[in-house]
Design a protein around this ligand. Structure first.
Ligand code: PMP
Length: 442
């Protein structure tokens, strides 16, 4: 075997075979199946700080971080303690609990552009509800989304979606009715002329524009300066809403998410936010947030219905609250520093191996894109798809062999945490040269 061949993981292989006989593809979320990188997905049995441990007993520095929630690293003592104490008081009551309000207050304290929060369990529910709310408020049917943005597996938002849809190179999903698909207008990202044209043509029928605050599901493709503000301006000029999806960026890229880096400084806000991931600290919590006048259109006050048996679950909200309370300025500074150092180290290793590439950065989120065109900077999904994607699988497997767990797709961001200390960084840096050579040889 060469250094780039997938390393053996006998116990994971055994578990994967067993899983495939019980779960479609052996997984409960498609990207986990290593579809685009090949080889045996590592079955993880524990995690601590910046590390995950697989069923064969091997430890990896983790750059997936549960796809975003783990900003403090895995099994942070304050979070685990809060969960254990909440669990001992009872798992779910189906009635209001004090910790739901505390979590909502913490979100509103950080994002004062919002006045009310509705808690749900997944990011998908958050964007689905935001879309329904926008339609209920405006009485209109059409939604604008951008190619390469992923907003969860909502029927109307899967067209040209990022994340696993991009990894599997699907145009969208089977099972979405033509009628539903016809209500979504898909535009190229970072293209204001396309947005202006869509509104000029059908502006009186568009309920909302939904966008990732800074896209990270086609790899990282940040908004051009002023893009998001212009979306708000154009939408409002036509009586439509702007839904900013911060499921991934929220409370990760700054104490107030992407809005804290951009909208707050520029003096504007989207109408509705979707949050998830970090606000659950690793348990299922997501949210819709916005001004009272809009949010109060939700039931029980308003006519837009939304509900959930496990919404605001006391154990899950305890995890989210403990995570946000521990996420002080030092946590964000460390994540920024780790991301900057890592991006530079990846770039240096690839350059040394003669691999043309670009490091796409958005706050502490970053991803690598391969090829000379990518080196010039990627601004949209077409650009992300045009990169030399075939270099990623050998790169990924060489990193895995070197003890580093990367996202198993080139169309995903790399996630750091404040627990990534210098020892963890050193391990990543040590694994990079072989991985860069593997990418060069692809
Ligand atoms: N929006 C964005 C921007 C996301 O990254 C994701 C998940 N990666 C979602 C929505 C959907 O969240 P969930 O997987 O919790 O349904």
């Amino acid at each position: 075997a060469t250094a780039t061949a997938p390393a053996a993981a006998p116990r994971s292989a055994e578990l994967f075979a067993r899983a495939r006989a019980a779960l479609p593809g052996g997984v409960n979320s498609p990207v986990r199946a290593y579809g685009s990188v090949g080889g045996t997905p590592r079955f993880l049995v524990s995690a601590h700080g910046p590390y995950v441990v697989d069923a064969d007993g091997r430890e990896y520095v983790d750059l997936v971080c549960s796809w975003g929630p783990a900003i403090l690293g895995h099994a942070h003592p304050a979070v685990v303690d809060a969960v254990q104490r909440a669990a001992a008081r009872g798992l779910s009551f189906g009635a209001p609990t004090p910790s739901e309000t505390e979590l909502a207050e913490e979100i509103l304290r950080r994002v004062p552009a919002a006045e009310r929060v509705r808690l749900v369990s997944t990011g998908t529910e958050a964007t689905m509800t935001a879309v329904r709310l926008a339609r209920g408020i405006t009485g209109r049917d059409l939604i604008v989304k951008f190619a390469g943005c992923y907003h969860g597996h909502v029927d109307g938002l899967l067209a040209q979606a990022g994340s696993g849809v991009a990894t599997l190179a699907l145009p969208g999903s089977a099972g979405v009715t033509a009628a539903t698909a016809a209500e979504t207008i898909v535009l190229p990202y970072n293209d204001l002329a396309a947005v202006e044209a869509a509104f000029a043509e059908r502006g009186d029928r568009i309920a909302a524009v939904i966008t990732e605050a800074s896209p990270a599901n086609m790899g990282v493709v940040p908004p051009l300066p002023g893009f998001n503000a212009a979306l708000a301006r154009i939408a409002h000029a036509h009586g439509a809403l702007l839904i900013q999806d911060e499921v991934l960026t929220g409370f990760r890229v700054s104490p107030a998410g992407w809005w804290g880096l951009e909208g707050r400084a520029e003096g504007w806000a989207p109408d509705l936010f979707a949050f998830g991931k970090v606000i659950g600290g690793g348990l299922p919590v997501a949210a819709i947030a916005g001004p009272a006048a809009l949010m109060d259109q939700l039931a029980p006050l308003g006519p837009v219905y939304q509900a959930g048996t496990l919404s605001g679950n006391p154990v899950a909200t305890a995890a989210g609250l403990a995570t946000l309370r521990a996420a002080d300025a030092g946590v964000y500074a460390r994540m920024d520093d780790v991301a900057a150092q890592l991006g530079d180290a990846v770039s240096a290793a690839l350059s040394a191996a003669g691999v043309a590439h670009g490091i796409q950065r958005a706050g502490s989120l970053f991803s690598v894109m391969f090829g000379a065109d990518a080196a010039a900077g990627v601004r949209d999904y077409a650009g992300a798809q045009a990169q030399e994607t075939y270099r990623y699988a050998p790169f990924f497997h060489a990193m895995l062999a070197g003890g580093v767990n990367l996202p198993p797709s080139v169309f995903e961001a790399w996630f750091v945490s404040a627990a990534h200390d210098d020892a963890a960084l050193d391990r990543i840096v040590a694994a990079l040269p072989a991985a860069a050579r593997a990418a060069a040889a692809a």
